[in-house]
Design a protein around this ligand. Structure first.
Ligand code: GDP
Length: 195
């Protein structure tokens, strides 16, 4: 897929009603600071349309990016930021849950996990939540450039084991520095929007 046009169309806060879109949606979930904005910007070929992490974990919104008037990239709020209250964390959880439960156009969920580290309890919960809602998440293992090439397979295995994900779970290593993995992700987006 070639992204010619991208714009931030809708921003939903905790209390907003989710838009009733007719275009397919592809959602991106992940822990705060995992590289979600960088990935979305890299996919859109934009430097900074998606929010960047100057204030990590502060943004509690679901952002809808209209892509080519063909589909939406849905940027879910980053979870697991240590410095926010339990109450705010619960609100985020509810928001993400409500989105996964209620979006009629959701075609695929990408779950981003830092390739360097064992998945956290929040990552595991998120993975299970997505599965529970009936979706087969694709794992994007971010910050690929931060590990040696010889370590990649070992780290992917660590993520798979940590998440208790079966062979059916697809994993794509990605770097927003080198853009490695970008084409594979876009191909997958292409194949999902018509399913
Ligand atoms: P978000 O909170 O998940 O949206 O994370 P950001 O995209 O804002 O990234 C958090 C930090 O990680 C920033 O300092 C980014 O520059 C850095 N980062 C994100 N992706 C990569 C990557 O693929 N490689 C490297 N080396 N750094 C990355």
């Amino acid at each position: 897929m070639i992204i010619k046009n991208s714009e931030l169309e809708t921003v939903c806060g905790v209390t907003s009603k989710l838009p009733d879109n007719s275009l397919p949606e592809i959602a991106f979930a992940g822990k705060s600071n995992v590289g979600k904005s960088s990935l979305i910007n890299a996919l859109m070929n934009r430097k900074s349309l998606a929010r960047t992490s100057s204030q990590p974990g502060k943004t509690q919104t679901i952002n809808y990016y209209n892509i080519n008037h063909e589909l939406y990239f849905v940027d879910l709020p980053g979870y697991g930021y240590a410095k926010v209250s339990k109450e705010i964390k619960e609100k985020w959880g509810k928001m993400i849950e409500s989105y996964l439960k209620n979006s009629k156009q959701l075609k695929k969920v990408f779950l981003l996990i830092d390739i360097r580290h064992e998945p956290s309890q929040n990552d595991k919960n998120m993975f299970n939540w997505i599965v529970y809602q009936g979706y087969q998440p694709v794992i994007i293992a971010t910050k690929l450039d931060k590990i040696k090439r010889s370590q990649v397979q070992k780290h992917l295995k660590m993520l798979r084991t940590g998440l208790e994900a079966g062979k059916e779970t697809q994993m794509i290593p990605f770097s927003s520095e080198t853009k490695q993995g970008r084409d594979e992700i876009l191909l997958l987006v292409d194949s999902c929007i018509n399913c």
